[in-house]
Design a protein around this ligand. Structure first.
Ligand code: ARG
Length: 756
C-alpha cells in the first residue's frame, strides 16, 4: 500500500500495450432507465501502443490526494460519488478523517495543475463493515464529495455492473492509474496517466497461478468478491499507487467497471496477476450507501450476455508461465553471452538481460567515460550475441552512478539499437530480485565477464557449490556478522569448488561472473571475483542489490523470483549465529604456505580417488588414514570410489608420471599445530571449498578412537598447549568456537596394494 508515498505513482507496462480500441461510438442498445449517462468517453483519436493515456480517454479516473500528493486512484460513479479501495483510507484499523483527503477530477498529467481539472473536498468515506485487510477481501470504499463534480468531456462517470453482470474470462479490459511503473519505481515526470490492457482471468485459472510458490514461497487463497486480471507471464500489471483505480471493460459501446485495483505480490511478476475487488457483487452495498442521492450511479442492464462458450469452464486447466530467461542447452554455452566490441580494445564480455539491453562491467568503458559524458561515438560499437548473423548496434550506454569508485557497482547497461527476437539463443539471463537468497549448496558456474584473458583451462567449466552465506560472511565479511536472512543482501557470494582447481592459477587478470542455477534456470548471481589473490573460496559481489537500477533503466529486464526454497540440512543458517573469531582472514590468520620441497611430512598421505583426484590424508595409526569426506565422495554419491593411498612421499616427491600438473594442489589440507613439546597435532581439516577455514577435529575424537583404537590423542584430550595470542599461530578459540562447522571425516582402512 502506498499511503506514505507522496509522489504520484502508477501502471506497470513493460511492453507497449498492444491492440487497439474498438470503435466505441456505437449507439446504445437499449433505453437507460436512469437520467445520467455513464461509461462513454468523448470519442477521441486514441493511439494505443505506448502506455501514456490520451487525454479524455478515461474521464472517470480520479486521483485521491492526502498530505499534498497522489496516494490512490478512484473512479467517478456519480457527480457526488467516487469508488475506491478501502485500504487507501484505513490505517491501523481506523478510518482516516475524510477532511484530510481531496479528489482531483479530470486530470491527465499531475505535473502542473491541469486545466479543466477540478478539486473536491471529501465529505464522507464509507467502507464495508467486514473490511479488515486487503487479502481478506471487501477492499472497496465510497467517497461522497463535498460538492458535485461538473461533468464535461474530461469528467464523466463510469457504468457499474449489476450483481448479475458476468464478465467473461479472457476479456481484454483496461486498468489506469498514476502508480509505480515497476516495483519501487515511481512514474516519471510529467506524471501522465498510464493505461494497460489486462485480461480477465477466471477464478480457477487465477487460483491456480497463485497456488504456485512465488515470492517468499508464498501462495494466496482467493476469496469471493476478488477478481484477477493480467497474464501468467506477468510484465503488465497495476502497481503501488494504482490502488482504488478502476479496471474497466467495454460492452455495447459503454465502459463498465469490473474491478477496483486492490493488491498483488510485487508488480508484474510471473504467475502473480493483479487482484482486484470485483464490483458486481457489491451492487447492493453501493446502492444502499448512495440511497437518496440524485443523480446516483448508473447500473445499466448488461448489453448482451457473454456467449456461453466464453464463460469460465468449471474445470479449468491451469496454464502457468515458466521463466523466459536463464535457459541454457548446456552449461558453458550461455545464450546470453554478449561481446561488446569497441574499436581499439579487446572485446568486453557481458550478459544479455532483455530484448534490448546488455549488462557489462563499466570498467570496460571507463576510460571512454572519464570525460564525464557518454562517448559520442557509439556508432562504431558492436555487440555480438549467440546465433545472430550480424553484430548489433549500440544506441546508448548507461553506467552505474557508482561505477567509477566502487567495484561492487562496476556495471554499465548498453541499449541495442533494435531489440533482438528472443529464442533459444539469444536468450536473456535471469536476474535476482533484491530479496533473493541463493541457498547454500546452490550449483554455480563461472562465465566470462569483462576484458579477461581467454578462459584459463578447464576449471572455468567446473561446477561450484555456494557456501553458506554465514561462512562466506565470516571469511570475507565483518567479524561477528549475524547470519544473513533472505531479503538481507549478502556482502559476498562464495562458490566453492567440488573438485579442486588447478594449482598456481590465480587468474589475476581474468574477470568472471557467477551464474547460479535454480530449478534448471540460470541467474546472474554475482559479478567480479574480488579475491584477486589466490584466496579460496572465491568471492563475488552479489548482483541482486542492482536489480532495481537494472529494471529502472531497462524497463523489462527479466527479474525472477527465487525458485528454490528447500533449505535442506543447512537450514540452520537462518539462526542467529555469529562468526567464530579469527575467521576474518581464514583460520589462525594464516594462509597455508607450501612446504619447501624436500620437507617430508611423514604423516601426510596422498589419497588418489577414482584414479586421479588427489587429496590429503593423515596417517593417524599404522593401519588408518583420515580424510575429509568431501575429498573421498563426490557430492550426492554414496558409493565409495576406488581409492589408493600413497604414504611417505607427500610434500617431497613429485607425483607419479602421467599425472597432470593441474592435480598438484591437494584439497582438504589439514591444519597442524605444534605443541610445546614439539609434537605436531592435527587440529582441523579444511572446510569444503576453503583452504583457510578449518573444521576442528577435536569433537570427532570419540569416533576416531572408537574406530581406530590405536590413534594417539594428547592428554588432556583436545587441549594441547597453545602459543600466546599474537604469535599468530592457531589461537585456541578457533578449535573451541561454537557453531564452527563440524569436520566431516572418513577413515580409510589400509590394505597393501598388490602391484602387478
Ligand atoms: N496495493 C497497491 C496500492 O496501494 C496496489 C497494488 C497492485 N499490485 C499489483 N501487483 N497489481 O497502490
Amino acid at each position: 500500500m502506498s499511503q506514505h508515498l507522496l509522489l504520484p505513482l502508477v501502471i506497470l507496462a513493460i511492453s507497449p500495450t498492444p491492440g487497439a480500441f474498438q470503435d466505441s461510438a456505437l449507439s446504445p442498445t437499449q433505453e437507460e432507465p436512469e437520467d445520467l449517462d455513464c461509461g462513454r468517453p468523448e470519442p477521441t483519436a486514441r493511439i494505443v501502443g505506448g502506455s501514456d493515456a490520451q487525454p479524455g480517454t478515461w474521464p472517470w479516473q480520479v486521483s485521491l490526494h492526502h498530505g499534498g500528493g497522489h496516494i490512490c486512484g478512484g473512479s467517478l460513479i456519480a457527480p457526488s460519488w467516487v469508488l475506491s479501495a478501502a485500504h487507501c483510507f484505513v490505517r491501523n484499523g481506523t478510518l482516516e478523517p475524510a477532511a484530510e483527503w481531496s479528489v482531483v477530477l479530470g486530470a491527465h498529467s499531475q505535473d502542473a495543475p491541469p486545466d479543466g481539472a477540478q478539486v473536491r473536498a471529501v465529505a464522507a468515506i464509507l467502507v464495508p463493515d467486514n473490511y479488515s485487510a486487503v487479502e481478506l477481501g471487501a477492499d472497496l470504499a465510497l467517497l461522497r464529495l463535498a460538492a458535485p463534480a461538473r461533468l464535461g468531456p474530461a469528467v464523466r462517470p463510469v457504468c457499474l455492473p449489476r450483481a448479475s453482470h458476468q464478465f467473461a474470462h479472457g476479456t481484454a479490459c483496461w486498468a489506469t492509474g498514476w502508480g509505480d511503473v515497476q516495483e519501487a519505481d515511481p512514474l516519471p515526470l510529467p506524471w501522465v496517466l498510464q493505461e494497460v490492457e489486462l485480461r480477465l482471468l477466471g477464478e480457477a485459472a487465477c487460483q491456480c497461478l497463485y497456488s504456485q510458490p512465488g515470492p517468499f514461497n508464498l501462495t494466496l487463497q482467493l476469496l469471493p468478491g476478488m477478481l484477477c486480471a493480467g497474464y501468467p507471464e506477468g510484465r503488465r500489471d497495476t502497481c503501488q499507487g494504482d490502488s482504488g483505480g478502476p479496471l474497466v471493460c467495454e460492452e455495447g459501446g459503454r465502459w463498465f467497471q469490473a474491478g477496483i485495483t486492490s493488491f498483488g505480490f510485487g508488480c508484474g511478476r510471473r504467475n502473480r496477476p493483479g487482484v482486484f475487488t470485483a464490483v458486481a457483487p457489491y451492487e447492493a452495498w453501493i446502492q444502499e450507501q448512495v440511497m437518496g442521492s440524485e443523480p446516483g450511479p448508473v447500473f445499466p442492464i448488461q448489453p448482451q450476455e457473454p456467449q456461453s462458450g466464453s464463460r469460465e469452464p468449471t474445470e479449468e486447466n491451469c496454464t502457468i508461465a515458466l521463466p523466459e530467461c536463464g535457459k541454457a542447452s548446456r552449461p558453458g554455452a550461455w545464450p546470453w553471452e554478449a561481446q561488446v566490441m569497441v574499436p581499439g580494445s579487446r572485446p568486453c564480455h557481458g550478459a544479455l538481460v532483455s530484448e534490448s539491453w546488455v549488462l557489462a562491467p563499466a570498467s570496460c568503458f571507463l576510460d571512454l567515460l572519464s570525460s564525464g559524458r557518454p562517448p559520442r561515438d557509439l556508432e562504431a560499437w558492436r555487440v555480438r550475441l549467440p546465433s545472430r548473423p550480424r553484430a548489433e548496434r549500440v544506441a546508448r550506454l548507461v553506467p552505474h552512478e557508482n561505477a567509477s569508485w566502487e567495484d561492487a557497482s562496476d556495471l554499465a547497461l548498453l541499449q541495442l539499437r533494435a531489440p533482438v527476437n528472443l529464442s533459444a539463443a539469444p536468450r536473456p539471463v535471469c536476474l535476482p530480485h533484491p530479496e533473493h537468497y541463493f541457498l547454500p549448496g546452490s550449483r554455480c558456474r563461472l562465465a566470462r565477464w569483462g576484458r579477461g584473458e581467454p578462459a584459463p583451462g578447464p576449471s572455468a567449466l567446473l561446477e561450484a557449490e555456494l557456501l553458506g552465506g554465514w561462512w562466506c560472511h565470516c571469511l570475507y565479511g565483518r567479524q561477528g556478522a549475524p547470519v544473513p536472512l533472505p531479503g538481507d543482501p549478502p556482502l559476498a557470494l562464495c562458490p566453492a569448488y567440488q573438485e579442486e582447481e588447478e594449482a598456481g592459477r590465480c587468474w589475476n587478470d581474468s574477470r568472471w561472473s557467477l551464474l547460479c542455477r535454480e530449478e534448471g534456470t540460470w541467474f546472474l548471481a554475482g559479478i567480479r571475483d574480488f579475491s584477486s589473490d589466490c584466496l579460496r573460496p572465491r568471492a563475488f559481489f552479489p548482483l541482486q542489490t542492482h536489480g532495481p537500477w537494472i529494471s529502472h533503466v531497462t524497463r523489462g529486464a527479466y527479474l525472477e523470483d527465487q525458485l528454490a526454497w528447500h533449505w535442506g540440512l543447512e537450514g540452520e543458517e537462518t539462526e542467529a549465529q555469529t562468526c567464530p573469531p579469527h575467521t576474518e582472514h581464514g583460520a589462525c590468520g594464516l594462509r597455508p604456505e607450501a612446504a619447501p620441497v624436500g620437507v617430508l611430512w611423514p604423516w601426510l598421505a596422498e589419497v588418489h580417488v577414482a584414479g586421479d583426484r588427489v587429496c590429503t590424508g593423515i596417517l593417524v595409526a599404522p593401519g588408518w588414514v583420515l580424510a575429509a569426506t568431501h575429498c573421498v565422495l563426490r557430492l550426492g554419491s554414496t558409493t565409495v570410489p576406488y581409492i589408493e593411498v600413497y604414504l611417505g612421499r607427500a610434500g617431497a616427491s613429485p607425483l607419479p608420471q602421467g599425472h597432470q600438473l593441474s592435480r598438484l594442489v591437494t584439497s582438504a589440507p589439514p591444519l597442524l599445530c605444534q605443541t610445546e613439546g614439539g609434537s605436531w597435532v592435527l587440529m582441523g581439516m579444511a572446510v569444503r571449498g576453503s583452504r583457510e577455514l578449518f573444521a576442528a577435529v577435536g569433537p570427532e575424537e570419540a569416533w576416531i578412537s572408537q574406530t581406530v583404537g590405536e590413534a594417539h590423542f594428547l592428554p588432556p584430550s583436545g587441549s594441547p598447549y597453545w602459543p600466546p595470542v599474537g604469535n599468530n599461530l592457531c589461537p585456541p578459540d578457533l578449535a573451541r568456537a561454537s557453531g564452527s562447522p563440524r569436520a566431516v571425516l572418513f577413515l580409510l582402512l589400509l590394505t597393501p596394494l598388490i602391484q602387478s
